[in-house]
Design a protein around this ligand. Structure first.
Ligand SMILES: [Zn+2]
Length: 133
């Protein structure tokens, strides 16, 4: 059984303890758009488990986090082209998130469609990306 978390506060404390390792992995840049010198926050690539899991975390700038987290506010466009790079990340969470964000704009953006056609993604990642929230 997974350990229960009495309060959200407790869960957040565990989550924030990942920050140091995430910062190291991200080299203090946003793991999607590679912005540096900006505030980075932990984003759990949904579906979010009860117990915080380092393996589903991404370290993102405010802009990426905002758009990743709010599909309705997502604005498709050329500015997301960096996703064609992050899609090839060695980090499964970043692959799943990139895949998801590329799919969100595949209807309107030819470059996103092409990137998706060219990509080979592990079936487990495919499945993860499809399970939005
Ligand atoms: Zn970013």
């Amino acid at each position: 059984m997974a350990k229960g978390y009495e309060t959200n506060q407790e869960r957040l404390a565990v989550l924030s303890s990942f920050g140091k390792d995430l910062a190291r992995r991200a080299k203090s840049r946003c793991e999607l758009c590679e912005a540096s010198g900006v505030k980075l926050s932990i984003y759990e690539v949904p579906p979010v488990p009860r117990e915080p899991d380092f393996g589903i975390c991404a370290f993102l700038c405010e802009n990426c986090l905002e758009h990743a987290d709010h599909p309705k506010r997502f604005v498709a466009g050329e500015s997301w082209r960096f996703l064609t790079q992050s899609l090839w990340s060695e980090v499964p969470a970043l692959q799943a998130l990139s895949l998801r964000l590329l799919r969100r704009q595949a209807d309107s953006q030819a470059w996103a469609r092409e990137a998706l056609e060219d990509a080979w993604v592990d079936p487990a990642i495919e499945e993860w990306a499809a399970r939005e929230k």
